[in-house]
Write a protein that binds this ligand. Structure first.
Ligand code: LLP
Length: 387
């Protein structure tokens, strides 16, 4: 993060705003591309992490596909340069209208999560005289060792079809004339930092593929979802996720069949570190036993700490390192006790008007902002004027 540029943008723009480091996005995308190309892996960017137009334009310019979870995301992906033939459409609750959007755009694949969904897609596709390519999302019952709200691959989660259901679902698909089964889809969770979980996933996928082999059913692709975590504590030391190690696990443990493609859906690891929420200190308030730094940004701009108790590095970018340090509870202005970015944060002596950067807010930050309390959505500011 270039503090000088950041301070300049804080002088020129009304806080709070999201500040995107487009140079870092470029270098992340370059490293991702090199690492994926090495194994000829296909990467779909998970739009749910960040749908900022400038960010999308840059990602699509590298030729990556998209992973969408709504009809609006499909439309936005196409408008920002993603090729419809590289769009996967996931989600447990696709509406009829959204299915029509997917079919109308001739997307790569619907990732299907229930029997009823497959029946409905078949019905709509037959009405529209289309064949829908689908992948079955299978719940692999693998523990991702991450926050329970973002764990998705256990049988108690709502996601995917159970392994025990596969035979019956495949039988159903055979009777669906407008459905073409082309792949299997998995996703174990998000902010996964213990890569062993992916080895477990690979071993599970191998077992499941054995079943398909026995039925002599060839599948064009395997999609192992996303979830690769970032270093929230040390973004300056590790600004780019370790794509190399991530892909090499799949290369080592996953047994792809002849000609089979491997697909990924990565969100956070592409955009997480590039975004910072920039805010101004409104007031310093001395409580009974602690000091509060009250910011002009709150859970309305970045809900992750309030929702998942997630920790984002907090920095006072107005201050020099040699000023004396104090502990603050760094809070927002919203009337909710959970509106707190961090308790007992060690910062240089902080005053009204100081600029605070909340780091690694590029993924699930701007997209999850709300108008609660009738607040305005934050602006986006970029480290350079054009892509
Ligand atoms: N594929 C599927 C099927 C997913 O459900 C997700 C994320 C992804 C890919 C992308 O995962 P990523 O690479 O970004 O971890 N709002 C939460 C995260 C929710 C993740 C939802 N699914 C947060 O702020 O931590």
């Amino acid at each position: 993060m270039n503090v000088k540029d950041l301070m300049k943008s804080a002088e020129e723009n009304t806080t709070p705003f999201y500040y995107y480091d487009m140079e870092l996005l470029d270098s992340t995308l370059n490293k991702l591309k090199d690492a994926a190309d090495k194994y000829k892996y296909n990467v779909h960017y998970a739009l749910k992490a960040n749908t900022n137009g400038r960010v999308l334009d840059l990602i699509s310019s590298y030729g990556f596909g998209a992973d969408c979870v709504s009809g609006n995301e499909i439309n936005k992906a196409v408008a920002h340069g993603f090729c419809p033939g590289q769009i996967a459409f996931a989600g447990v609750g696709k509406t009829d209208k959204e299915i029509e959007v997917g079919l109308g755009n001739d997307i790569f694949c619907f990732n299907c999560e229930s029997v009823q969904e497959i029946e409905v897609i078949n019905e709509i596709a037959s009405r529209e005289k289309k064949i829908a390519d689908i992948a079955l999302r299978i719940n692999p019952n693998v523990d991702a060792n991450t926050h329970k709200y973002i764990t998705t691959g256990r049988t108690e989660n709502k996601f995917g079809i159970l392994v025990t259901e596969i035979a019956a679902v495949v039988k159903l698909i055979e009777s669906c004339k407008n459905i073409n089964l082309i792949g299997l889809h998995f996703h174990i969770g998000s902010q996964v930092t213990d890569l062993i979980a992916y080895r477990d996933l690979c071993l599970r996928v191998n077992e499941i593929q054995n079943w398909f082999d026995k039925q002599s059913m060839g599948l064009r692709h395997i999609n192992v979802g996303g979830g690769l975590g970032i270093d929230y504590d040390n973004p300056d030391v590790n600004p780019v996720a370790d794509f190399e190690s991530f892909f090499s696990i799949f290369n080592t443990y996953l047994k792809l069949r002849n000609g089979q493609e491997l697909h990924f859906e990565l969100g956070r690891s592409i955009v997480g570190v590039i975004g910072n929420l920039i805010s101004k200190v409104l007031y310093i308030k001395e409580g009974a036993s602690k000091s509060f730094a009250i910011l002009d940004a709150g859970m309305t701009e970045l809900i992750r700490p309030a929702l998942y108790n997630s920790k984002h590095k907090i920095e006072n970018v107005s201050k020099h390192a040699n000023s004396s340090n104090t502990f603050y509870d760094v809070v927002g202005p919203i009337c909710e006790s959970s509106d707190c970015f961090g308790a007992e944060i060690n910062l240089p002596a902080t005053a009204r008007g100081d600029i605070i950067a909340i780091r690694c807010a590029g993924a699930y930050g701007e997209v999850m902002a709300s108008n609660y309390n009738l607040r305005e959505k934050p602006l986006a500011v970029y480290s350079r004027n054009s892509n």
